[in-house]
Design a protein around this ligand. Structure first.
Ligand code: 9MR
Length: 635
């Protein structure tokens, strides 16, 4: 049942995201009822009773009027009509946070139709704790001459978000909506009986992932992060230049001071994610400072204005320095306790042939052009970027050059040449191998081949710099079969073995996402966990033959933290006493889920008695908590 559901859901998500979902002949879910094991129907609106009060327009300046109509319908004879729309962004909207629970996953399905032609987008908006409103498109290209369908679109929100809405937008045509159904996803427990990846490789390298703040509202997603990936977090988009640079603030500062070389930055987009990392003691990879993509063109223009002239190289150098300075200073002021241990200073500056990118605006013809090259004439912006990063990065933050197709000869050779130069000057600490790989139909067809990837690892490791695998994912063909997942698993294993063989040069392996459906390449299922949060064959292939090592790197022991929650508190002492007094329940193999772990035993062994975990350890923790001793372990 579960497996079938997962496939159906994934198919629905994939077709929905491609905007080609067909309208089912009939719609079977009726008025609010408790559904089967697939989840509880919370709202089911067919508008037959004439009630459209759950929908509004999108506030001030939105001219949309919401009414009930019998001009079109999918089920019954009525639908909701949104008329009078005078802008693309005009409603209709359905508010979530006043009706539904935070940190809970819901699926939304609905039918939409334009009066003359359907050309709609299904979108999501919320206001964050700083009062900023954010928007994202959930399903684009709902285009066709008839009813279009969104099916089982996953939505969730945190308790920090307000004004959370889903809405249809696009064009100015009247829109009809019918059969709008919100289902609460069945609560899902992740598999706790499999080893955590971060634990299996605890003595080798950090295991991490990238995610965006929307992941925070999904309990099972965060359970996977905690269990497998809490060695390192990268913000998927929220710490990139376009998320950090604030155009209005830059212009205001310029107006006030007459100085247009001091860019203004902020981290509101990354805030929920950084708060999570701070509260859970998770090291953060900074991605990224200097990049041609996701960097606004106005940053390179006179007056920070969209249509200004390009600034001079001299001015851009000053802007770059002040931007990098402000980036690190603001970040470390806001988050003094986070371990910002790595930073992609420059991202994707070289083409596969080993030349600089073409100069130009990022938006004007695809995203391949570089405004950095436009202003500097070539790639001579790389070295100052590293100089400024070296000067202003917090202590312990290692500096990386990061790129994709990093195993292609032309690109690899130029990266190595560049890295050698930067290394001589003490400016670089490592290479970030993004590793967006493609397993295809067979190991023979996979690109790159395992041996090509291995060769790149050989070459980079000879640089004498650190290597991090920064964005690992491995695509299957679209609509993967079981055989495709097997090939993916075999390929992951080959790549992982190559990584493992170079582990002395590698400090972190970061997956680019958590579950397949959340990936930027969702239609090719590239990750280790599926949409149902279950470990895929690829997960098993990379841990095959490995066990959770009992010995934890001394640098990773948190003395006193017997329950491994990142803090030393009285309940750590209590857990030790429980584990000793009632091992069946609280020992390493104890039945209660709060039982002590191998790592907890190491953390908890603090009394220096030399005889493993005893009540003396619990006592030492209590002495520490009431300041009778200064530090753990007890001297
Ligand atoms: O995962 C990111 C995706 O959500 C964005 O739409 C995309 C836009 O550029 O960037 C993705 O992340 C990229 C990363 O920053 C750099 N390497 C390639 C990644 C995948 O495109």
């Amino acid at each position: 049942m579960k497996g079938q559901k997962s496939k159906r859901l994934l198919a629905a998500l994939m077709s929905a995201s491609m905007g080609i979902a067909a309208v089912p002949a009939a719609f079977s879910v009726s008025a609010a009822e408790t559904a089967d094991s697939e989840g509880k129907v919370v709202f089911s609106l067919d508008f037959e009773d004439g009630d459209v009060s759950m929908f509004t327009n999108r506030g001030e300046n939105d001219t949309t009027e919401i009414s009930v109509s019998d001009e079109a319908s999918v089920s019954g004879s009525k639908s909701l009509l949104a008329s009078g729309r005078s802008k693309d962004w005009n409603g209709p909207a359905f508010r979530l946070d006043d009706k539904l629970e935070p940190f809970t996953e819901y699926y939304i399905s609905a039918k939409v139709k334009g009066r003359y032609y359907t050309g709609a987008t299904f979108s999501f908006q919320y206001t964050n704790a700083d009062g900023e409103t954010k928007y994202s498109n959930l399903v684009q290209n709902l285009s066709g001459s008839d009813w279009m369908s969104v099916e089982n679109v996953k939505v969730s929100f945190t308790d920090e978000m307000t004004g959370v809405y889903v809405y249809f937008e696009g064009g100015q045509d009247d829109l009809f909506i019918d059969d709008f159904v919100v289902t609460e996803a069945p609560s899902v427990e992740i598999e706790q009986d499999i080893p955590g990846l971060k634990d299996v490789f605890a003595n080798d390298f950090k295991i991490g992932t990238a995610f965006t703040p929307s992941g925070l509202s999904s309990k099972p997603t965060m359970a996977l992060v905690e269990k497998h990936f809490s060695g390192s977090i990268t913000a998927g988009n929220e710490m990139k230049p376009d998320a950090v640079l604030n155009q209005a603030a830059c212009q205001a500062y310029f107006e006030e001071t007459g100085d247009d070389t001091v860019p203004q930055v902020g981290f509101s987009a990354a805030k929920p994610l950084l708060n999570y990392c701070r509260d859970n003691n998770i090291p953060v990879r900074i991605h990224t400072l200097v990049w041609h993509s996701q960097t606004p063109d106005w940053f390179f223009k006179e007056g920070y204005s969209n249509d200004g002239e390009w600034v001079s190289k001299e001015k851009m150098l000053k802007r770059m320095e002040n931007y990098i300075k402000a980036y690190f200073e603001t970040l470390t002021e806001l988050y003094p306790t986070i371990d910002f241990y790595a930073c992609d200073v420059v991202n994707e500056a070289w083409t596969d042939q080993g030349t600089p990118r073409q100069p130009g605006e990022q938006g004007s013809s695809g995203s391949e052009q570089s405004a950095w090259v436009q202003v500097f004439g070539d790639n001579s912006f790389i070295e100052p970027a590293f100089e400024f990063a070296r000067e202003y990065a917090p202590k312990g933050c290692k500096l990386y050059y990061n790129d994709y197709n990093e195993y292609m000869d032309g690109k690899m050779n130029v990266i190595i040449e560049m890295a050698n130069g930067l290394k001589e000057k003490g400016l670089i600490d490592g290479i970030g191998m993004q590793s967006h790989l493609d397993a295809r139909q067979s190991l023979d067809a996979a690109f790159p081949s395992v041996s090509m990837y291995n060769k790149a690892l050989d070459k980079y490791s000879k640089l004498g710099l650190d290597i991090q695998i920064t964005e690992l994912d491995v695509t299957t063909p679209e609509n993967p079969t079981e055989a495709d997942f097997k090939v993916q698993a075999d390929y992951y294993k080959g790549i992982w073995d190559a990584i493992y063989a170079h582990k002395d040069s590698i400090s972190a392996v970061v997956l680019w996402g958590i579950t397949d459906d959340g990936s930027w390449r969702a239609n090719k299922s590239p990750l280790l966990f599926d949409a149902d949060y279950k470990a895929k064959p690829a997960y098993y292939s990379i841990i095959e033959g490995r066990e959770v090592p009992p010995i934890v790197d001394p640098g990773k022991i948190k003395y006193g933290d017997a329950n491994c929650n990142g803090e030393v508190r009285l309940n750590d002492a209590v857990l030790i006493m429980q584990a000793i007094g009632n091992p069946d329940v609280y020992g390493v193999n104890g039945s209660d889920e709060t039982h002590i772990t191998e790592k907890g035993i190491i953390n908890g062994d603090v009394a220096n008695t030399g005889d493993g975990l005893t009540n003396a350890d619990a006592l030492a923790i209590q002495e520490y908590l009431i300041n009778l001793i200064d530090s753990l372990p007890k001297k």
